[in-house]
Write a protein that binds this ligand. Structure first.
Ligand SMILES: [Zn+2]
Length: 283
């Protein structure tokens, strides 16, 4: 679709929603935004967030080759599945060196960031696979479009998408401050990312219940050290949400028993804590 055609389609869809409820209108606006924002613009936005993280927030990436290749070994199994659902994303995975932060997030353009603190909090690969797959799901489902509409309003997003207001992009990134563009995802988006995540985790051969056991663990951790598990505050684990995930896994018949070997991760965790294990099994 040309830009003009996209704009006309957007206007037509929005005029149809004039009499709709707030929720219906919000959903229609997100649909429009998803159609308006091009892959190239998402890439641009992702690069801006990356610069913000590196230059302003001074995040440091972990460059330990064993840790990096461990994570890459997992994403090499997961991301080709995401690629099938949304071809053309240039995935980029980084481990942020910050053992005190238990978090992971994704930005437009396919950048996945996982904190070393999250690696430290997971007990096995199935749990990590659950988190990485969930984050990939946010990218595949273009959830940043709704975040942008929420932050800027559809008019501004449309102007940005149509190239009428290029400086808006910098404002989005600067305005989001804190952790890049990490505005809260809606509950619906979280649920959708959970579903993508469970499918990818299973198809990559890992136990799709990994995300559930990880959430359980974080909730316990939150009880003893509040505020530590940032991933939990970005991903509120209501009983509904966990129940839905369990039901979804059962209903779709998602299986997978891999990822429960704790050896490699345990050795890497010891290394991250400053230990010096004699050998790393399987690495
Ligand atoms: Zn999420």
């Amino acid at each position: 679709m040309t830009r003009a055609a996209r704009a006309a389609a957007a206007a037509a869809i929005l005029s149809l929603t004039a009499g709709c409820s707030h929720a219906q209108r919000a959903s229609a606006e997100t649909t429009v935004a998803k159609a308006l924002i091009s892959d190239e613009q998402e890439n641009q936005l992702g690069m801006q967030v990356k610069q913000e993280l590196e230059q302003k927030q001074k995040v440091k990436y972990l460059d330990d080759p064993q840790v990096v290749s461990f994570v890459k070994g997992m994403t090499d199994r997961i991301l080709p599945l995401a690629e099938k659902d949304r071809p053309g994303v240039k995935w980029d995975v980084k481990v942020i060196d910050d053992p005190k932060t238990v978090n992971a997030f994704a930005t437009p353009g396919g950048h996945l960031y996982v904190y070393s603190g999250l690696l430290g909090a997971a007990d096995d690969e199935a749990e990590l696979a659950g988190v990485l797959s969930h984050e990939a799901g946010h990218v595949v489902a273009r959830h940043s479009a709704r975040q942008m509409v929420d932050a800027l309003g559809l008019q501004a997003v449309a102007a940005l998408a149509l190239g009428q207001n290029p400086s808006m992009l910098s404002k989005v990134v600067a305005g989001a401050g804190g952790q890049g563009l990490m505005l809260a995802n809606s509950r619906e988006d979280e649920t959708e990312a959970d579903e993508y995540g469970a499918r990818y985790t299973s198809a990559a051969g890992y136990d799709p219940n990994g995300l559930i056991t990880f959430f359980d663990k974080l909730r316990k951790m939150e009880g003893s050290s509040p505020g530590l598990a940032k991933f939990l505050s970005d991903h509120p684990t209501t009983p509904d949400r966990i129940a839905h995930l369990r039901q979804y896994i059962a209903q779709k018949g998602l299986s997978g028993s891999g990822g429960h070997d704790r050896g490699t991760l345990a050795a890497l965790k010891q290394k991250l804590r400053g230990g010096n294990p004699a050998s790393l099994p399987g690495s």
